[in-house]
Design a protein. Structure first.
Length: 250
């Protein structure tokens, strides 16, 4: 499959795909029953023209997938947003190819920026982890109001605001180049046998704990939704919030 897919930086020549991409974004969010920050075709076109997007195509120029880059706080933070794959090509590894390419493009354009993402998708979380992202609190993300304004079109926006932008249905993940550099420097100072390879161990450790992370994420969403719908603001909700805080990070 990968040999028949072209994944590259998008250009102005790809702008005719913009409406197809935004329509598929909206349809995908509707099918999942989750929120998404809506983007207009003009916005997608702009990202393509600026060279801040990645597109996946077949050799005959059929659109397959897309993702774009946004920067915040004077390029201190970068987000890879709007990942979408055509239904016919899902579960084929295309999303991973796109995420890797847009991550590579982000690192090239913004080498010192922290790259972050908000997602409810377990598949995206797995890909992010392989790239070096770590789960973080919302307080470690950008404070730029324009970024959070983009969440207004999400069905969960009221939950986000009720939590003072400190929690919501999405999981926050962050790639910090400084932290990655520190870990590499520490690794360079450590003698490790092939059987004890640190990077292999880290990936294996995450894989072993991902089921736990998945259960936590579903628990978090359950508590947030139930708490949001419940009119009683008394002891029951307070107790649930206490439990939620204990499990916030595994």
């Amino acid at each position: 499959m990968e040999n028949n897919i072209i994944v590259r930086a998008a250009t102005a020549a790809d702008t005719h795909f913009a409406e197809t991409i935004t329509t598929e974004m909206a349809e995908s969010a509707k099918a999942r029953g989750t929120g998404i920050a809506k983007r207009s075709p003009d916005y997608i076109k702009l990202k393509m023209e600026e060279g801040k997007a990645v597109i996946a195509l077949t050799p005959d120029n059929t659109w397959i997938g897309f993702c774009y880059i946004e920067s915040w706080e004077h390029e201190k933070f970068v987000a890879n947003s709007g990942l979408i794959v055509s239904p016919a090509f899902r579960k084929s590894g295309v999303a991973t190819l796109i995420k890797r390419k847009v991550f590579e493009l982000s690192r090239k354009k913004y080498p010192d920026a922290k790259i972050f993402g908000l997602t409810t998708g377990l598949a995206v979380m797995k890909i992010n982890s392989e790239l070096g992202y770590e789960p973080v609190t919302y307080s470690q993300l950008t404070t730029d109001d324009q970024f959070w304004k983009g969440c207004q079109s999400c069905v969960n926006y009221e939950i986000l605001m009720s939590k003072n932008r400190q929690n919501c249905m999405c999981t926050a993940m962050l790639y910090d180049p400084e932290e990655v550099a520190k870990k590499k420097a520490e690794l360079a100072q450590t003698v490790v046998t092939p059987e004890g390879n640190l990077e292999h161990h880290r990936k294996r450790e995450f894989a072993g704990n991902f089921k736990l992370f998945e259960r936590w994420m579903r628990f978090k969403q359950f508590v947030l939704l139930k708490g949001w719908r419940k009119k009683d603001e008394g002891d029951t909700r307070e107790k649930k919030n206490s439990i939620l805080s204990l499990f916030l990070f595994w």
